[in-house]
Every structure is written in structure tokens, then in C-alpha cells.
Design a protein around this ligand. Sequence first.
Ligand SMILES: CC(C)(COP(=O)(O)OP(=O)(O)OC[C@H]1O[C@@H](n2cnc3c(N)ncnc32)[C@H](O)[C@@H]1OP(=O)(O)O)[C@@H](O)C(=O)NCCC(=O)NCCS
Length: 189
Amino acid sequence: MPLLFPATESFISPAVAAAVAPAYILRPLSSSDYAAGVLDVLKDLTTVGDISEDKFLAHFEFMKARPGEYFMVVFEKMETRKVVAVGTLLVERKFIHECGLVGHIEDIAVAKSEQGKHLGKHLIEALDHIGKASGCYKNILDCSPHNEKFYEKCGYTNGGFEMVSTTSKRRKDITNLNRSNGFDRLQHD
Ligand SMILES: CC(C)(COP(=O)(O)OP(=O)(O)OC[C@H]1O[C@@H](n2cnc3c(N)ncnc32)[C@H](O)[C@@H]1OP(=O)(O)O)[C@@H](O)C(=O)NCCC(=O)NCCS
């Protein structure tokens, strides 16, 4: 099964993999994860939209063609062979700090039925491991206030606040989503 990046020990934390085994495996996103329900898990985070398998695969290939940039990891539940948690580390190349690298943690989601089992915490540990292996001098993320305590438990501290400028199309989507879902869900996508 084609993986987004190599499942070597430098990228896939042996400690996290051992902590979730044998019920779950930690691995890079695979091109077969469309069928394994990765987009359904992301729907527990925010709106995903109607994405065809072809579009998913084109996106997958785009990311795979940029090694060292896109690290999407999943937990697959062995009993069902479904993806139950997903998270991304995006590695940004800067000029400051002597061409330093910064890891951006994005789109963290654990399936509702699997929440509260420390999978979210292990997901962040797995992405921190990749950030370290990639040479990032820090990992950063945005979150809504109701998730602040979760990230504190993962070793993160509040480093300020986020400013947002959306496109007019996105602003319309957000307004519509606000009406149906409540403001809170929009703070972190
Ligand atoms: C937020 C989320 C990723 C947490 O994942 P999870 O697997 O349920 O959380 P964990 O079981 O790993 O929690 C780790 C610790 O944080 C605590 N915690 C988790 N969510 C919390 C919250 N919202 N507020 C306070 N504490 C929280 C847990 O109680 C646990 O504490 P413990 O170590 O003392 O037992 C998950 O609830 C989720 O996917 N939510 C929907 C999408 C979302 O909001 N994603 C985050 C985007 S920024």
C-alpha cells in the first residue's frame, strides 16, 4: 500500500507505536485510506465537503511529491481496519534562525467513538517525534479555547493568539457553518 512518507523509525515513533499496540497501528497516511474512512474522521473536526476518490488521490500524490514537507499520520484500528485518528505536521522552511524549520501541527481529529483513550495525546507525541527527526526548532498549532487543556497535557503552552483573514468564499462558508454548527468548531481549521 503506497504510503505518504517512509514508515521508518525516524518518522514513526517506536514509543508511540508500542503504546497503542496491538489494538491500533501508527502509520503514515496511505492512498487506500479513502476507503478506510480518513475523511470521516476529519468530519469530527470540521466540514470536509464532498471529495471523490480521484480528488483524494490527486491530493495524496501532490503531498507525496514533496518529501520532507507533508507528514500525515493515522491510527488504524486493527479490529475494523478503519482509520480512527489523523493528524498532520507540515514542515515550513524559513530564512530566519539560520534557515530554520518550523513544524505546523494541523487537523488533529480522533473519531468520536475513540475519544478519551489517549489517542489524541499519542497523535501529538507522534507528530512531535517527526518534527524532531525533521530538525524543526519548534512545533506550533492553533486551537480553540476548549482544547487548550488538551494541548497543555501534551506539553504545549499558550503562545499568543491567532489572527485570521479569510477569502470571501471561505467567509461565506464560515458564516453558513456558524449558523448550523456553532462558532466554536471554526476556530481551528
Ligand atoms: C481534541 C481531541 C483531539 C482529543 O483527543 P482524545 O483522544 O479524546 O484525547 P486524549 O484521550 O488523548 O486526552 C489526553 C488528556 O487530555 C484531556 N483532554 C482531552 N480533551 C480535553 C478537553 N477538550 N479539555 C480538557 N481536557 C481534555 C484528557 O482528559 C486526557 O487527560 P489525562 O491525560 O489526565 O487522562 C479529540 O477530542 C477530537 O478529535 N476532538 C474533535 C476535533 C478537534 O477538536 N480537534 C482538535 C483541533 S485543534
